[in-house]
Design a protein around this ligand. Structure first.
Ligand SMILES: [Zn+2]
Length: 316
């Protein structure tokens, strides 16, 4: 076989995390089930959306930002984000880049079903979702372009929206099967299919060295498990004051702190030794960016929900 040099992943042996069980997610899950994927775990915020899936799959309730940790992500062959929200897609990308987990994003724009594959684990130099943000340069069939202009998401009818979501979910499943079979190479790629016309495009995405998410990263990013406690003993502050100037880029925006980078001194002053509301931070050590992972490892297989509840308690 032509693809024999690629590592093949038998479908039955795959573990896939599906984030979002709405229209796109449920169609994806249905297809993955029919393909015989070994393990499908569902991360869904709305209990009533997750309910029909509980008998067949492990369902993690709550915001995936809380329930799908960096360590958790590393246990999956693919993580698929089907949440039709740009911020959710950026956050999934952010976590998967750092966790070095293969990412697939599926969403819709008007009548277009769009699926992006970013094989971070398979290819250290894979482009990320944000390398790919210049939509204007996407070559698309002329008819699709015209439709995208004329038919904005607001004007696509309900039936069209349902069909487009189904196409996106099925397309994502097909792409995963293709990558797993080794037929896809290990290249970041975005496939676009117009659900009403059947016209599509598929293109490789090059990594953007100026990407705000992955541009400065040398992957795989070393991950250091660390306690989320911010205090500096007076003796340390005295003998090693430069440590307090170490700059960090936090995974979460914190009111009153700069988004791009803040220093340890600001965090210790603000949080007085307690935890900061962030999942992880990037910081440069010896010329290389490493990740400080604050999501403390769970002992055994405690349900993620308990940790989520705990993390929302003030002062925890
Ligand atoms: Zn990037």
């Amino acid at each position: 076989m032509a693809a024999a040099q690629n590592r093949r992943l038998p479908l039955a042996g795959l573990a896939i995390a599906v984030v979002g069980a709405g229209r796109i997610g449920s169609e994806l899950i249905r297809n993955l089930g029919l393909m015989g994927i070994g393990r499908i775990d569902v991360f869904e915020r709305e209990p009533h959306v997750a309910d029909p899936l509980r008998s067949r799959y492990a369902v993690h309730e709550g915001d995936f930002w809380d329930t799908l940790t960096l360590t958790g992500l590393q246990g999956y062959d693919f993580a698929v984000c089907t949440v039709d929200c740009p911020t959710a897609r950026q956050r999934m990308n952010q976590k998967c880049v750092v966790a070095n987990a293969n990412l697939v994003q599926a969403w819709t724009e008007g009548t277009l079903a769009i699926v992006g594959a970013y094989p971070f684990a398979a290819q250290p130099d894979s482009a990320c979702f944000e390398c790919d943000s210049s939509r204007a340069s996407i070559p698309m069939p002329i008819a699709a372009l015209k439709l995208a202009v004329e038919e904005t998401p607001a004007t696509a009818g309900p039936a069209t929206r349902i069909a487009t979501a189904s196409v996106a979910g099925a397309l994502a499943a097909a792409l995963i099967a293709r990558i797993a079979a080794g037929a896809h190479g290990s290249v970041a790629r975005r496939a676009t299919l117009d659900a009403t016309l059947g016209e599509g495009a598929s293109l490789e995405i090059p990594r953007d060295p100026r990407c705000r998410c992955c541009g400065s990263l040398q992957r795989p990013v070393p991950i250091v498990q660390t306690r989320n406690r911010w205090e500096a003993a007076a003796s340390v502050a005295h003998t090693c004051p430069e440590m307090l100037n170490q700059r960090l880029q936090l995974s979460d925006e914190i009111e009153g702190l700069p988004v791009d980078s803040c220093c340890v001194r600001e965090l210790t002053a603000r949080f007085h030794g307690g935890p900061i509301p962030a999942k992880f931070a990037l910081t440069e050590v010896g010329g290389r960016i490493i990740c400080l992972d604050f999501e403390e490892r769970e002992s055994g297989s405690a349900p993620a929900a308990s940790r989520v509840a705990a993390s929302h308690q003030p002062g925890h």
